[in-house]
Design a protein around this ligand. Structure first.
Ligand code: NOJ
Length: 550
């Protein structure tokens, strides 16, 4: 099977890519967990939305200790989500509709249930089985202390001690994430070869590319030296100083190798880096011409609702990525961050991955949050490059703050003893139909995380014919973006609007967003799209428009 032949080379330079988090998208089996048949059944809705491609978070075999980012068999579908046959059907149906499909690849670590890790546990120190992972002897008189001081991204130590087959305490293994996610040793050629095989397995099935999980983490500094991150470092990523487990130079060799492997295939296959690097310049290293094709622009995602900061990050992104010949990506939400609807109204620092919950002081104002989110998306879709949409943001879904403690499933919540809420609040199954069980998510009404009652009002079928809904706004923005090829366009800043305003041209479109607290004049020309219905002839605070002509 070959990838879809959509017009235009290098589709990934301008594509709008919709992230499907399979367990929360649509459940056809009725067990309360979304599945691949559910994805297939809603492809037409995605075509109507106006996206170009989908990215699927992991659906491969996994004990689901980290919602699938703990893979036990990279070349099979977990029965929770269906079968390889269901995958092939979904892919064929997507391609038949002109949608590209990229899938998640998790190369930094496997699941503890992966055959290789089970073999490593049964083998002895120094064996080839252990050499596929990062096993080390502990420190202290009896090896009772971890080999170094690294902390897991999810909290707690990054090392776990194993018990040898004879019952005695043994070596330690490294896991940058949960203890159920042992890190591979990428200095081992066998690991490199295995991932080439995995890439080929999916490319041969016809996928259009991969989103590469923890792309910055695969190679660790020789000797695994101690490292203490600064208190303000983002949990997934870095600090300004060199981090021995993120952004090591050696990772780039891996992507050069993969670049060559992908080029052997027809159909413009692509790689997108999930690399939480501290600066755009460092992220741009991953998209040099012989490496990956795209990298998530987390600097943009993390930018506060502030016109000066937003302008700087847009300029920095266009320069930084453009400087290496890559498109910039734009992203506001994903399955690891507080949804941008409430996030843009937060009045306090909330580091990535910490989440917000019932005991968080200072709840964001939901009305203000949605208003800002709609304005932010209105700005984003006019930017040249490729944009990502996280399922549900087109409905204006908020973060679910009031999840009960006993419903939470993110390892972050458990590893910090509830100190950090983690990411469950952005992963609640999405509403399709107001009057159906689980709002149309599942035929039985089951839902692996509880959906708030008020989501009935946000269901897709309620928004479909409402001219003022967030869904209608997204459709209008995406249709116009495509019609005018804004993804391939060029941004020119417009002066004279004041420090709290974002104003630029892309082709014939003028975009003005008011991030300040008083109204500003509307731009000249005809207003085609407004993030909120216009009242009078000014742009209200937290409102954005696209206008045509002067
Ligand atoms: C990044 C993924 O997006 C996140 O969900 C996951 O927990 C970590 N990588 C570990 O795989």
């Amino acid at each position: 099977m070959v990838a879809v032949e959509a017009p235009g080379a290098e589709w990934w330079r301008t594509a709008v890519i919709y992230q499907i988090y399979p367990r929360s998208f649509a459940d056809r089996s009725g067990d309360g967990i979304g599945d691949l048949a559910g994805v297939t059944s809603h492809l037409d809705d995605l075509v109507t939305l106006g996206i170009d491609a989908i990215w699927l978070s992991p659906f491969q075999r996994s004990p689901q200790k980290d919602a699938g980012y703990d893979v036990s068999d990279y070349c099979d579908v977990d029965p929770l989500f269906g079968t390889l046959g269901d995958f092939d059907e979904m892919l064929a149906q997507a391609h038949a509709r002109g949608l590209r499909v990229i899938i998640d690849l998790v190369p930094n670590h496997s699941s503890e249930q992966h055959e290789w890790f089970q073999q490593a546990l049964a083998a002895t120190p120094g064996s080839p089985e252990r050499a596929r992972y990062l096993f080390r002897n502990g420190k202290g008189a009896n090896g009772e202390l971890p080999p170094n001081n690294w902390e897991s991204v999810f909290g707690g130590p990054a090392w776990t001690r194993v018990t040898d087959p004879d019952g005695a305490p043994g070596q330690w293994y490294l896991h940058l994430f949960d203890s159920s996610q042992p890190d591979f040793d990428w200095t081992n050629p066998e690991v490199r070869e295995e991932f080439r095989r995995i890439l080929r397995f999916w490319l041969d099935r016809g996928v259009d590319g991969f989103r590469v999980d923890v792309a910055h983490g695969l190679v660790k500094a020789a000797g695994l030296p101690d490292y203490t991150p600064p208190a303000d470092a983002d949990s997934m990523g870095g600090a300004e100083s060199e981090v021995p487990y993120f952004g090591q130079t050696g990772v780039h060799d891996i992507y050069r190798d993969w670049h060559i492997l992908l080029s052997e295939y027809d159909g413009d296959r692509a790689l997108c880096a999930e690399a939480w690097m501290p600066t755009i310049a460092q992220t741009a290293l991953f998209v040099r011409p012989d490496e990956m094709h795209q990298a998530f622009n987390f600097e943009y995602l993390m930018t506060r609702w502030d016109a000066g900061q937003l302008r700087r990050v847009i300029d920095g992104s266009l320069e930084g990525f453009g400087g290496v010949g890559a498109p910039s990506t734009w992203v506001l939400s994903n399955h690891d961050v507080v949804r941008h609807a409430p996030r843009l109204a937060l009045t306090f620092e909330n580091p990535q991955g910490h989440g917000i919950g019932p005991r968080t002081a200072g709840r964001p104002d939901p009305v203000l949050g949605l208003r800002r989110a709609r304005a932010a998306s209105t700005v984003m879709f006019a930017l040249p490059g490729s944009a990502y949409v996280y399922q549900g943001e087109e409905l204006g879904l908020p973060e679910v703050i009031d999840l009960p403690d006993d419903a939470r499933q993110d390892p972050t919540w458990f590893r910090t003893q509830g100190e950090r809420y983690g990411r469950d609040g952005c992963r609640v199954p999405i509403p399709w139909a107001a009057d159906e069980p689980a709002f149309g998510f599942s035929p039985t009404g089951e839902s692996w995380l509880p959906q708030p009652e008020e989501w009935a009002d946000l269901a897709r079928d309620v928004q479909r014919d409402d001219p003022d809904s967030t869904l209608t706004l997204y459709k209008a923005l995406l249709a116009e973006r495509r019609r005018r090829a804004l993804g391939a366009g060029h941004l020119t800043w417009l002066e004279g609007y004041g420090p709290d305003v974002i104003a630029f041209r892309n082709g014939a479109i003028t975009v003005v967003a008011n991030l300040g607290s008083s109204p500003v004049p509307l731009p000249g020309g005809h207003v085609m799209i407004a993030s909120e219905p216009l009242v009078g002839d000014t742009l209200a605070p937290d409102q954005a428009v696209w206008a045509l002509g002067d």
